[in-house]
Design a protein around this ligand. Structure first.
Ligand code: ADP
Ligand code: ZN
Ligand code: ZN
Length: 685
C-alpha cells in the first residue's frame, strides 16, 4: 500500500469496501494537472485541544504537494509546532486577518501508509481522543521533531564527474582515493572505512579544493533474494491444518483465533505462515505483549529467518526507534515485531498481522491515548485486506465468543508438542489447612517433595510488596493512600508505603497515627513470601521476579539466567512469570491466592484469574517432566474453579460467557467509561 497521496505511485491495490472509505484515501492519483491552491489547511497538532487548527498554505509550497498525512511546521502562539495535515478547505471560522500561514511543508510523502493513517484517525474518533495526540503516539519522537522521513546516507563523488588533470604532488593515499573516485559514480562510508589510513584526510583536502562534492541519498535496500527459512520441526497434524487454513487466506481479510494450549506450538504456526508471507514478498507484523520481558520470543524469529527484523518496544532510544520504524515503512524489514503501539507502524507491503497472547492486558493502553491494540489490529487487517491471527492458550472471552459465533475462524491445537502431558492440578482448601505466612501445610510439603526430587518450584502471587495493607489492631486505621481512594501497600525492603493504584508514596509509620498502637502488615505480597521461604527452607536459593526486583531487560535476563542455570530453586513472582517464559525444570506451581480473582470488583477478574492459573501452570514441566499445580483457596467449591479444573479453560470460559450473557456484561453489551476531572464536584457532574 502506498503512503497517502504519494504522487509517485499511480497504481494502488484496491482495499476491500472502498466505497465506505473517507475521502483522504481516494486522493491517491498522480495527476500532473494544475491543482487549485487550497485556501485553508486543517492541521492536527499535539495538543490536548479537541480540534484541528486552520492555516493558510506555506507561501512556497506546491499546491499539488499539500496532501493529507504530510507534516507541516506551523506557528502556534510564539512557538513553532510540527503537525499533520488532515484536510484542506475553502472556508475557515477564523477571521482572515487572524489566519496565519504554515511555515513549511516538511514532507513530500506521508509518514504513515494510508491504512495506518486511517487507523489513527479511527482510533482518535472511536476512543474520543484529540487527533493530534493520537498521531503523536503513532509517530516516532524524532519525526515529531522534524527529522526527515527517510534515512539519509552521505556519499562523495568527483565534482563535475571528471577527475582533475593529474596534479603533481599527490601522495599514495590521495592517488588511490582519486582513482577510486574516478572508477565509480560515488563512494560512501564503507569504501572510506575499507581504505583506512589517511583517506578521510585526503577526502577533506579534495573537498576543500572543490574536486569532490558530498551529497545525500537514501541507503540502498538490502539485496532482496529468496529467503530460505531455517528448517523447523515436522508439523503436527493440528499445526498443519492451522497453517494451511491461514495460508489459504493470505491476500484477504480473515480473522483467526489460534486457540492452542501452552506448548502446543502456536509460535511454530506463526513462523510457517510468515515464511509464506515472505515468499509472497510481503511483510508480517507481529504484536507481542512485552518484548523486554521475553527476549527469547524475538530470538525464535531471528533464528528462523535471516532477514532484517524491525523490533519496536519502549526501551529504544529515539534514534533506534526511528531507524527501525523506517525499516518497517520502507519494507526493508520483512518482519516487524512490536508491542502495542506497533499497531500504528507503517508497512510497505503488509501480508499478515499476528497477535501473540491476544488476551494479554498490555495490549490496552491504559493512560493518555487509551486504545486496544488488538481491536485496532483487526480494523487494520480488514482495511489492508489481509489475515489476522490471534493466538492464545487462554483467549479473551470477547475473542472466544467471536470465534464460537463464527465471526473469527477457530483453529485448535489441543495437545502439547513435547512428551509432558497437561499438569496434575489440585486445590488446597485454606479452611482446612493452616497457612503460615500465606503458605498452607500441604503446599509446604509438596515444595519439599519437588525440591527433594531435583525439581524447581514456582510460587505465583499477583501482589508485589510485603503486605497489601498496614492495619492498626487498636482502632482499625488501615493506611489509606493520601492521594486516592485505595490503600497503601507495605514495601519493607525499601521502607515505603506505595499505592499500587496511583503511585503515591509515604514512609512506613512506626505506630498508628491515631492511637499509637503498633501496626500490623496484613496479607501477603511477594516480598513477604520470599521472607517466609527463607524461614521454611533455609539456604534454598530463591529468586523473586516482579516489578520491584526486575525493571530492565538486563535484570530479567539475569534473573532468568539464575533460573535456567539451575542456580535458583524456588521462583516467586507476579503476573510477570506468566508471560511467555519457559521454565522446563519447574515441576511444581503453587497459586498462593486464587480468591483475589474470585471476588474482584472488575467484571473481568474471574477471567483474569483463570488465565493466570492456566498460563502459570503452562510454564511448568514443559520438557519431559510432568508438572503438578496446587491452587490455594478458601472457596474450593466455587463453580468457576471447579469448572476450570474439571473442564479446562475453554469449558470455564463457556460458563463465564453464559454468566456474562445473563448479566448483560460485555461482549453482550457495551461499556463506556466517562471521566471528568474538575476541582469541584458540581463542575465535573
Ligand atoms: P506455544 O507458542 O503454543 O506455547 P511453542 O511454539 O513455543 O508453543 O512450542 C513449544 C515447544 O515445542 C517449542 O520448543 C517448539 O520448538 C516445539 N515445537 C513446536 N512445534 C513442534 C513440532 N511440530 N514438533 C516438535 N516440536 C515442536
Ligand atoms: Zn490505631
Ligand atoms: Zn493512591
Amino acid at each position: 500500500m502506498a503512503p497517502v497521496g504519494d504522487g509517485a505511485t499511480p497504481s494502488v491495490r484496491e482495499p476491500p469496501d472502498s466505497q465506505n472509505r473517507p475521502n483522504i484515501l481516494i486522493i491517491l492519483s498522480n495527476s500532473q494537472k494544475a491543482v487549485p491552491r487550497p485556501r485553508i489547511l486543517r492541521v492536527a497538532l499535539d495538543t490536548p485541544l479537541r480540534r484541528l487548527f486552520d492555516y493558510r498554505p506555506p507561501p512556497d509550497a506546491d499546491p499539488a504537494d499539500l496532501l493529507p498525512g504530510r507534516r507541516l511546521e506551523v506557528p502556534f502562539g510564539r512557538r513553532r509546532l510540527i503537525g499533520v495535515l488532515i484536510e484542506t478547505a475553502d472556508h475557515s471560522e477564523v477571521p482572515d486577518p487572524k489566519l496565519r500561514a504554515a511555515l513549511t511543508l516538511i514532507d513530500h510523502e506521508a509518514p504513515l501508509d494510508a491504512v495506518a493513517f486511517e487507523v489513527v484517525r479511527f482510533a482518535a474518533d472511536y476512543y474520543h481522543h484529540p487527533l493530534g495526540e493520537a498521531l503523536a503516539a503513532a509517530l516516532p519522537a524524532l519525526l515529531r521533531a522534524g527529522r526527515p522521513l527517510r534515512a539519509r546516507e552521505r556519499r562523495w563523488r568527483l565534482a563535475g564527474g571528471t577527475p582533475p588533470t593529474a596534479p603533481p604532488h599527490l601522495g599514495t593515499r590521495q592517488k588511490a582515493l582519486l582513482s577510486a573516485l574516478a572508477s565509480r559514480p560515488s563512494i560512501g562510508e564503507e569504501e572510506l572505512e575499507a581504505a583506512g589510513g589517511n583517506t578521510r584526510e585526503a577526502l577533506r583536502g579534495f573537498l576543500e579544493r572543490g574536486w569532490v562534492e558530498a551529497f545525500e541519498v537514501e541507503p540502498a535496500p538490502p539485496v532482496a533474494g529468496e529467503v530460505t527459512p531455517a528448517a523447523g520441526p515436522v508439523l503436527t497434524p493440528d499445526q498443519r491444518t492451522a497453517v494451511a487454513a491461514i495460508d489459504a487466506a493470505l491476500g484477504s481479510f480473515t480473522p483467526f483465533l489460534l486457540n492452542g494450549v501452552t506448548g502446543s506450538g502456536k509460535t511454530e504456526v506463526y513462523l510457517r505462515v510468515i515464511a509464506s508471507v515472505l515468499a509472497r514478498g510481503e511483510q508480517a507484523l507481529v504484536l507481542v505483549p512485552e518484548i523486554a520481558l521475553t527476549p527469547q520470543a524475538v530470538q525464535r524469529f531471528s533464528a528462523r529467518f535471516a532477514v532484517p527484523l524491525a523490533v519496536l518496544h519502549s526501551g529504544l532510544s529515539d534514534t533506534e526507534r526511528l531507524e527501525r520504524w523506517r525499516l518497517a515503512r520502507s519494507g526493508h524489514a520483512p518482519i516487524v515485531i512490536g508491542t502495542r503501539s506497533a499497531v500504528f507502524v507503517p508497512l510497505a507491503r503488509p501480508g499478515v498481522i499476528v497477535i501473540d497472547e491476544e488476551h494479554d492486558a498490555s495490549y490496552k493502553q491504559q493512560e493518555g491515548f487509551r486504545y486496544s491494540a488488538r481491536d485496532l489490529a483487526l480494523f487494520r487487517a480488514q482495511r489492508h485486506g489481509i489475515p489476522v491471527v490471534l493466538g492464545s492458550a487462554t483467549p479473551a472471552l470477547e475473542t472466544l465468543n467471536n470465534a464460537l459465533t463464527g465471526r473469527y475462524r477457530m483453529l485448535r491445537l489441543p495437545l502439547r508438542t513435547g512428551a509432558a502431558g497437561q499438569p496434575q492440578t489440585a486445590l488446597v482448601d485454606l479452611r482446612m489447612h493452616e497457612a503460615r505466612h500465606g503458605i498452607a501445610t500441604p503446599a509446604v510439603l509438596a515444595i519439599e517433595r519437588h525440591l527433594g526430587a531435583g525439581g524447581q518450584v514456582l510460587l505465583y502471587l499477583n501482589r508485589r510488596g510485603f503486605a497489601p495493607a498496614l492495619f492498626c489492631p487498636g482502632c482499625g486505621w488501615a493506611a489509606p493512600c493520601a492521594a486516592c481512594d485505595s490503600r497503601f501497600t507495605v514495601h519493607l525492603k525499601s521502607h515505603r508505603l506505595i499505592c499500587h493504584h496511583c503511585g503515591a508514596q509515604a514512609p512506613v509509620p512506626f505506630a498508628c497515627p491515631q492511637c499509637a498502637t503498633e501496626l500490623k502488615p496484613v496479607g501477603q505480597g511477594t516480598e513477604r513470601i520470599e521472607d517466609a521461604l527463607d524461614e521454611f527452607f533455609p539456604g534454598v536459593p530463591v529468586v523473586r521476579i516482579d516489578r520491584d526486583t526486575v525493571r530492565s531487560r538486563g535484570e530479567i535476563e539475569a534473573a532468568l539466567e539464575r533460573v535456567h542455570g539451575g542456580d535458583a530453586r524456588i521462583l516467586v513472582g507476579t503476573q510477570m512469570l506468566t508471560k511467555g517464559h519457559d521454565f522446563p525444570d519447574v515441576t511444581l506451581v503453587v497459586v498462593l491466592n486464587a480468591d483475589q480473582g474470585l471476588f474482584g470488583t472488575d467484571f473481568r477478574s474471574s477471567e483474569r484469574l483463570a488465565q493466570s492459573i492456566v498460563q502459570v501452570a503452562g510454564r511448568a514441566g514443559r520438557a519431559s517432566r510432568p508438572g503438578e499445580v496446587l491452587i490455594q483457596t478458601a472457596c474450593p467449591d466455587h463453580p468457576l474453579l471447579t469448572r476450570l479444573l474439571a473442564g479446562g479453560y475453554e469449558d470455564f470460559a463457556t460458563g463465564a460467557l453464559e454468566e456474562r450473557a445473563a448479566a448483560r456484561w460485555p461482549p453482550f453489551s457495551h461499556l463506556a467509561v466517562l471521566r471528568a476531572e474538575a476541582a469541584d464536584r458540581a463542575a465535573a457532574l
